[in-house]
Design a protein around this ligand. Structure first.
Ligand SMILES: *Cc1c(COP(=O)(O)O)cnc(C)c1O
Length: 234
């Protein structure tokens, strides 16, 4: 039996194979790498296809879109807010997301702390680092990451679980290997500090165009949209 969404299942299979090979090249196993399916602009029917295949980790970059989809999908889904987050929107998602990947300023962290405390939750977050230094990118500057994380360690309803970066788009992902290496180095430096309440477990880097290079450089959370669903329609 064929269906109109077979292409999604086929893409998932291919992604899993490529992830597995990249994991092996970096001395790890496929199970070490977590795939977040990036569902922004993608409709519920197509998202259900990936959820039915066992891909429960879904990434959205807009609060309103996440909230609209949230009620229409299985409660087993784990939502990741992966894009820039405005402080005044934290209240809409605090009870819905299992991880926020884009924490890059204390004002935002304080609001997450406040809203999480109100609902008795400890929010898993990643600190977004602007490794490439592109002006158009959000994220804290690499040289400020350690100090920022020490400040976050004091917030009881926030649990830092690792780091995230978005690399510049390039034709050849080899050209941005250095960005991934850079985030890995910051990750290890912070790990070595053994800061209270700081857990450096997740390295969220790699998208459709560059996830294999990112995995080779240590990524264990990859955020993939286009390679699964096809080009986004805006
Ligand atoms: C859209 C998006 C992705 C996925 O990008 P693709 O190139 O479609 O795989 C990953 N991370 C973030 C932060 C995004 O906004």
């Amino acid at each position: 039996m064929t269906s109109e969404f077979d292409y999604i299942r086929e893409n998932l299979k291919q992604i899993q194979e490529r992830v597995a090979k990249a994991a092996q090249r970096s001395g790890r196993t496929p199970e070490d790498i977590n795939i977040i399916t990036v569902t922004k602009t993608v409709g519920i029917d197509r998202i259900k296809t990936v959820v039915d295949e066992g891909f429960y980790h879904l990434g959205e970059n807009r609060v309103q879109e996440l909230c609209e989809k949230y009620d229409n999908l299985s409660k087993e889904c784990k939502w990741h807010l992966i894009g820039h987050l405005q402080t005044n929107k934290v209240k809409y998602i605090a009870d819905k997301v299992s991880m926020i990947h884009s924490v890059d300023r204390l004002e935002l962290a304080s609001e997450i702390q406040k809203r999480s405390a109100q609902i008795g939750k400890t929010m898993d977050i990643l600190v977004q680092v602007n490794v490439s230094g592109e002006e158009s990118k959000f994220g804290i500057a690499p040289e400020n990451a350690m100090k920022f994380i020490k400040e976050l360690s004091l917030l009881k309803n926030i649990k830092v679980r690792g780091l995230m970066t978005i690399a510049p788009y390039v034709e050849n992902p080899e050209d941005i290997r250095g960005v991934f290496k850079g985030l890995r180095k910051i990750f290890i430096d912070i790990q070595k500090e053994n800061i209270d309440n700081i857990d450096m477990t997740f390295l969220s880097m790699g998208m459709s165009n560059d996830f294999e290079v990112a995995i080779e450089e240590g990524a264990n959370l990859v955020r993939i949209g286009t390679s699964i669903f096809g080009k986004r329609q805006y």
